[in-house]
Design a protein around this ligand. Structure first.
Ligand code: GUN
Length: 286
């Protein structure tokens, strides 16, 4: 089968975003400083945080990782966040999710100073986003907008369908697309006849975490498809496990443009986090 869609690779768009962030960082009196907090040893979280830390240093930011034990209490975590809030050297704070069961995610996210909230998960920043005002914006959704802009794909006036209503991706992505004058539908796992909804989309964004939920027949011919899913599927007959998206690869024969998995949205998330850290540092210096 042949791929006819334009492939929207994340790497060149991420490089452009990072170059811009590095240039802005260089105009500040000190390198922007990102502090990440990780609890426990979940392999995905260890790998994500390591990748963010490495990239931060590569582009000239300062970065520290606090790797705390799985058994850390909520009081201990809140105490650390309070110290990071009070430390003027720290521009950005990220608490890696998911958190262990003894800690309320809401309590942790509410505790972060909204001006240092480089994830954009604090309710004040969530509210600003939905009010259509500038704020620190969640990294994956803002990275998707940067990817679309890099490839000069129009958002205004488009019919956008977002599948998935998570606080990290689906909900804020719907808000950002709305702020850019798309006509937005937010669909999810309980949407009846999902295909009838997704086939309406000029711009289809999928963030559910279910391999190949979206089959080619659910895609409007010529649509732009953004696949946020990163699903690990075991290899057949002892073969190597591999990563695949929420969208079936054959959708590339129907779509006009599509992000690959891996190598599509993933690099944008990290680049946007570092851009957010520079934005936070700029806001705090002004
Ligand atoms: N876990 C998965 N994605 C994210 C993210 O964007 N930010 C944080 N803090 N944790 C995550």
């Amino acid at each position: 089968m042949t791929v006819t869609a334009r492939l929207l690779a994340g790497a060149p768009a991420a490089e452009a975003l990072l170059a811009d962030a590095a240039a802005r960082a260089a105009r500040l009196s000190a390198p922007p400083y990102l502090v990440m907090v990780r609890l426990g040893d979940d392999p995905a979280s260890v790998s994500y945080v390591r990748g963010k830390d490495r990239k931060a240093r590569e582009v000239g930011l300062s970065s520290t990782v606090h790797a705390l034990p799985e058994t850390t209490t909520q009081a201990e975590l809140l105490d650390l966040i309070a110290r990071l809030n009070a430390d003027d050297r720290v521009n950005g704070i990220l608490v890696q999710l998911p958190l262990p069961a003894q800690i309320s995610e809401q309590a942790a996210l509410h505790a972060i100073d909204p001006r240092k909230d480089v994830d954009g998960f604090h309710p004040l920043n969530v509210g600003e986003l939905w009010a259509g005002r500038p704020a620190l914006r969640p990294c994956t959704p803002a990275g998707i907008l940067a990817l679309l802009d890099h490839y000069r794909i129009a958002v205004a006036g488009q019919r956008a369908v977002v599948v998935g209503r998570s606080h990290i991706v689906g909900r804020p992505l719907a808000g950002l697309l709305l702020n850019r004058d798309a006509t937005v539908t937010l669909a999810h796992s309980r949407t009846p006849d999902l295909g009838a909804v997704t086939r309406e989309a000029d711009l289809l964004c999928v963030a559910v975490g279910q391999a190949h939920l979206i089959t080619p027949d659910m895609v409007k011919p010529g649509a732009t498809v953004i696949d946020v899913g990163i699903n690990r599927v075991p290899g057949e007959k002892g073969g190597k496990a591999h990563l695949t998206g929420d969208v079936h690869p054959d959708a590339a024969q129907v779509a006009g443009a599509i992000t690959p998995v891996p190598g599509g949205v993933g690099p944008m998330t990290i680049a946007q986090l570092l851009a957010n850290t520079v934005t936070a540092a700029e806001m705090q210096s002004g």
